[in-house]
Design a protein around this ligand. Structure first.
Ligand code: MG
Length: 241
């Protein structure tokens, strides 16, 4: 899973360098796919439940599951979320990050930073012996303390020989509930944080999830190995390790 995760991390790094005004979301997904395949893995999102591309690319008020398109051209000031994964020798990885396109507003920069940090606040509790909702609660508490809201309808998940395994991992809730974390568990933990209301809806394309109020959203995800000490981020590139 680490080998798979490093390929997903490399794809994030390569795609990140290509984000600029004027490029299409289809181009970025193609870059992700080429990177994953060039490293001997397969993009595990492609074909999953019929999804047509290697990466979910969600812009601005899109929360998750945006479909890459050659008609969707990035503009200065957009927020772009890249969610992708790899399968290598039967083992899956899954990672998501939100990036600014050029210069973004102060509030948008804060949304990206708080979303990322909410994941790391959750990580403080992602240790053998804790309960799953200890992680969920820490994510919610941090995001809401910073004035943002937590998406309820979509969650993180177990991951391993399948992309989506039990348990589902909400990014909100009271602590001390859910399964106990055990060393060796591998989980995809992925806060989805909104600038306005936590409510979302699905567009008529039946994939793209957007905020109900049209305000912006950010996403941050790693595939995480639970241990008796600090969790290991299997999809982290150097800056997040
Ligand atoms: Mg995921």
């Amino acid at each position: 899973m680490r080998a798979s995760g490093l390929i997903a991390a490399a794809a994030q790094d390569v795609v990140k360098r290509e984000i600029r005004p004027g490029v299409t979301t289809k181009y970025l997904s193609d870059v992700a796919e080429e990177t994953i395949r060039s490293m001997g893995a397969i993009p595990n999102f492609k074909g999953m439940y019929g999804f047509p591309a290697a990466a979910c690319i969600s812009v601005n008020e899109e929360v998750i599951h945006g479909i890459p398109s050659d008609k969707k051209i990035l503009r200065e000031g957009d927020l772009i979320s890249i969610d992708l994964g790899a399968v290598l020798d039967g083992y899956h990885s899954d990672t998501a990050m939100t990036f600014p396109v050029g210069e973004v507003s102060k509030e948008d920069a804060l949304l990206i930073a708080v979303t990322r940090q909410s994941f790391f606040e959750g990580m403080k509790f992602a240790t053998h012996g804790n309960r799953l909702s200890d992680v969920s609660h820490a994510i919610q508490a941090y995001a809401e303390a910073n004035g943002f809201s937590v998406v309820r309808e979509f969650t993180g998940h177990g991951i391993g020989t399948e992309l989506h395994e039990d348990p589902s991992i909400p990014n909100y809730g009271n602590p001390g509930r859910g399964p106990r974390l055990v060393a060796g568990m591998t989980l995809a933990i992925e806060p989805m944080i909104n600038a306005g209301t936590h409510r979302v809806r699905v567009l008529p394309d039946r994939w793209t999830v957007v905020t109900a109020d049209g305000k912006r959203s950010a996403h941050y995800e790693h595939t995480v190995l639970i241990t008796k000490e600090k969790p290991v981020l299997l999809t982290a590139s150097k800056e997040d390790r």
